[in-house]
Design a protein around this ligand. Structure first.
Ligand code: FAD
Length: 352
């Protein structure tokens, strides 16, 4: 079977990888760059049990296990590692007292409230390296083109149309992240939106331990912000937490941070980790999370059109949930039973 994957983010990459494992021929069509959107700019934080009690729980648990398996199988080319994860608070307006938290890279005045995860339950990958690594290992052909539509004949997908010509196929998987919204003109899909967030990657002033910190910071102006900080084994630290309401541009290549994004992130970081706040930024970037109305991803066959599949809307957990999504999609396309129940993610919900 020849399967075309529209969009080379982490969801397309994982789907390509697991389809190839099942012996299918795969072509990925990407208009900008593999991992050029959110999948290359995310934090890469992974949690075993943070989705427990929701419909995402089984997808997250299966994905957390697959991340460990894939890293081991391929000798970890994407900086997978386990982390200790903490909740912390800091203020630019008043002293919180510190209470001797022992996390030496945080301000002594910051308060570490609790441990949110241990090396048994939290981990990370470098998201761009993970996405590119899966594409490479899938052996998929990558076509640099814009997907513009589908050829559907007698109730079945026959080809994927692009600005470089049509690609005949037996099935298509739409994995264009927030841009999957464009496909609502071709297929019955629920609404999908993009939620923008900015991040910076800092050169560590000294070697930092494997930590993730989810913080609440009172800014000098008196507002509360929630930065997320992940140290990385490559000697950098990733910081995100500033959102903005700018709507999704049609072209993923033009996504850029707001002019004040770096200054805002540094101001939020200052009371929490002053040495980091003064460290040069290697990258200042922004990306859009693909979000749905009910905050659940859209994974499965579309309508009653043979060969039409979608996998998107993974919101804040796309890097975590990519492996089990790809594994389940590959099973579904191969007419096998997916290892996890995909019914909560049915594309048909809310379609009109
Ligand atoms: C600031 C930030 C931090 C995050 N941190 C984490 C985290 O720590 N852990 C976690 O699990 N998740 C995190 N996420 C979420 C995660 O990044 C996303 O859920 C995930 O990357 C979505 O992957 P995707 O493949 O669906 O979409 P994308 O990465 O957006 O990929 C879609 C691809 O489709 C391509 N495309 C679009 N239109 C077309 C077209 N017409 N033709 C061909 N190609 C097209 C795009 O160029 C793009 O490459 C974060 C997100 C943000 C914004």
């Amino acid at each position: 079977m020849h399967v075309v994957i529209a969009g080379g983010g982490v969801i397309g990459a994982a789907t390509a990888f697991f389809l190839a494992e099942r012996g299918h021929r795969v072509t990925i069509v990407e208009r900008h760059a593999i991992a050029g959107a959110a999948s290359g700019k995310a934090g890469g934080f992974l949690a075993l049990d943070w989705c427990d009690g929701t419909a995402l729980g089984p997808l997250a648990r299966r994905s957390f296990a697959l991340h460990a398996e894939l890293a081991e199988r391929f000798n970890n080319p994407w900086d997978y590692r386990r982390l200790d994860t903490f909740a912390a608070t800091a203020s630019a307006r008043r002293s919180l007292g510190g209470r001797g938290h022992g996390l030496t890279w945080l301000a002594a005045e910051a308060v570490v409230e609790e441990r949110l995860g241990t090396t048994a339950t939290t981990a990370q990958v470098h998201p761009a390296a993970f996405t590119r690594g899966l594409v490479e290992r899938s052996g998929a052909r990558v076509v640099h083109a814009v997907v513009t539509g589908l050829t559907i004949d007698e109730g079945a997908v026959r080809a994927v149309e692009t600005d470089a010509g049509a690609l005949t196929c037996d099935a298509v998987v739409l994995t264009m992240g927030p841009w999957t919204a464009l496909a609502r003109a071709w297929l019955p899909l629920p609404p999908i939106h993009g939620l923008k967030g900015a991040s910076i990657v800092l050169d560590n002033p000294s070697e930092l331990p494997p930590h993730a910190v989810f913080a609440q910071v009172e800014t000098a102006a008196g507002g509360m912000q929630g930065p997320e900080i992940f140290t990385r084994p490559d000697g950098t630290t990733y910081v995100c937490g500033v959102g903005d309401k700018q709507s999704l541009p049609a072209d993923p290549a033009v996504v850029a941070p707001e002019p004040n994004a770096e200054a805002s992130l540094r101001a939020i970081l200052e009371p929490l980790a002053p040495a980091l706040a003064a460290t040069p930024a290697l990258v200042v970037q922004a990306c859009y999370r693909p979000v749905t109305r009910d905050s659940l991803p859209i994974i499965g066959a579309v309508g009653d059109i043979d060969g039409a599949f979608v996998a998107t809307g993974h919101g804040v957990w796309g890097i975590l949930n990519a492996p089990a999504t790809g594994e389940a999609m590959a099973a579904l396309i191969g007419a096998a039973r997916p290892p996890i129940d995909l019914r909560p993610f049915a594309p048909g919900r809310g379609a009109h």
